[in-house]
Design a binder for this molecule. Structure first.
Ligand code: GTQ
Ligand code: FE2
Length: 350
């Protein structure tokens, strides 16, 4: 017989309950009524905090890292933007990772592949490349480059200047599911399989090939490169529209094989807020990582004001209201786990 079956005076109840919790813990049990609120919440209120990383501050630390370790030695020379509300997690939200990677002239970051989906937004430098399954994608500032799950990738910089980009990965999602697999390529770089830019020509021209190279998974991926020159032109064209009060002018990057999000777990967006405009408060259940591509202004996240200058990166956690104030025309690149949330029927906005 356990202690709980004995009758007690009401004053003893709390003591008996505590004894009960200790008792059941020894048998790997826990009482739901003590923890239900940790999970079943009326609305999101996670530990991630709003935060901003000023680019010139991060750039200075990245420069130091560039002197301390080579890209090859580090495998990836990357400084993580760790959410101040998630210490020790290496994450910017519970689901996503964001970081800045530096590749110096002459360096390579060796070839590997993994279950995690990745995107890069080029921040500084041009003419370096990421090879995706052996196809080089040459980068210019603010190009978006994808390395979907299990695609081989290596990076190289044969230019005279440093290249820096923002990495976005679904590390938290893959960790949650304990579904991580990875391999190193046998050899530092993948042999060239296709000419540079091949996928952009085949998949980036409003058509997708139905015949041809068999190692293309033509039903899933093929376009790894979304040049700034193109997406910027789309937003410029939209400038003549009446701006949406909450989102001003906004686009979602799409996978040309199905019109869906660019990666299975991650959605990417770009936004133009004309100078002088203040957006009305908006929120969504996907925590969003923003990068200021150009312009200046402020982001008000749950009432907290963050000054925005070029190349700054910031996080708007799940369900926190966001208002943007554009001083000069403000262009922002965003990524979030919306793709995953929509597939799971979780995504909401207001
Ligand atoms: O460049 O392959 O920031 O695998 C984290 C993991 C970059 C990469 C990161 C990675 C990479
Ligand atoms: Fe990688």
């Amino acid at each position: 017989m356990t202690a709980t079956s004995i009758k007690h005076a009401p004053s003893d109840v709390e003591e008996v309950r505590q004894a009960f919790y200790k008792d059941i813990a020894r048998d790997d049990l826990a009482a739901l009524w003590n923890v239900m609120g940790n999970f079943v919440k009326p609305e999101p209120d996670g530990p991630a905090k709003p935060a901003l990383w000023n680019y010139s501050v991060v750039r200075e630390h990245l420069r130091t890292a560039g002197e301390l370790i080579t890209a090859e030695e580090a495998e990836r020379r990357v400084l993580i933007l760790q959410n101040p509300g998630l210490p020790g997690s290496s994450l910017i939200t519970r689901s996503l990772f964001a970081a800045l990677q530096l590749v110096r002239p002459g360096e390579i970051a060796p070839c590997h592949r993994h279950s995690q989906n990745a995107l890069r937004l080029i921040i500084e430098g041009g003419g370096a490349f990421t090879a995706v399954n052996g196809e080089k994608v040459y980068m210019e500032p603010f190009d978006l480059i994808l390395t979907p799950a299990m695609h081989w990738h290596d990076h190289g910089n044969t230019t005279e200047q440093d290249v820096v980009w923002l990495d976005g990965l679904d590390l938290g999602i893959v960790q949650l599911f304990e579904a991580s697999f990875a391999n190193h390529f046998d050899g530092k770089v993948h042999p060239e399989t296709r000419p540079a830019g091949d996928g952009f020509v085949r998949f980036g021209n409003h058509a997708r090939p139905l015949t041809g190279i068999s190692d293309y998974d033509t039903t899933r991926y093929g376009l790894y490169h979304y040049p700034y020159k193109q997406w910027c032109a789309t937003l410029e064209q939209m400038r003549s529209d009446a701006p949406d009060p909450r989102h001003a002018h906004m686009i979602e990057f799409t996978n040309p094989t199905d019109g869906g999000p660019v990666l299975d777990t991650i959605s990417c967006f770009a936004q133009l807020v004309p100078g002088g405009m203040s957006t009305k408060s908006a929120r969504s259940s996907d925590g969003m990582v923003g990068t200021v591509v150009s312009g200046s202004g402020a982001a008000i996240i749950s009432g907290e004001r963050f000054k925005l200058t070029e190349k700054d990166m910031f996080i708007v956690p799940s369900w926190m209201p966001l208002e943007l104030k554009a001083e000069a025309d403000l262009t922002i690149f965003w990524f979030s786990d919306r793709a995953a949330q929509k597939k799971l029927g979780l995504w909401r906005s207001a």
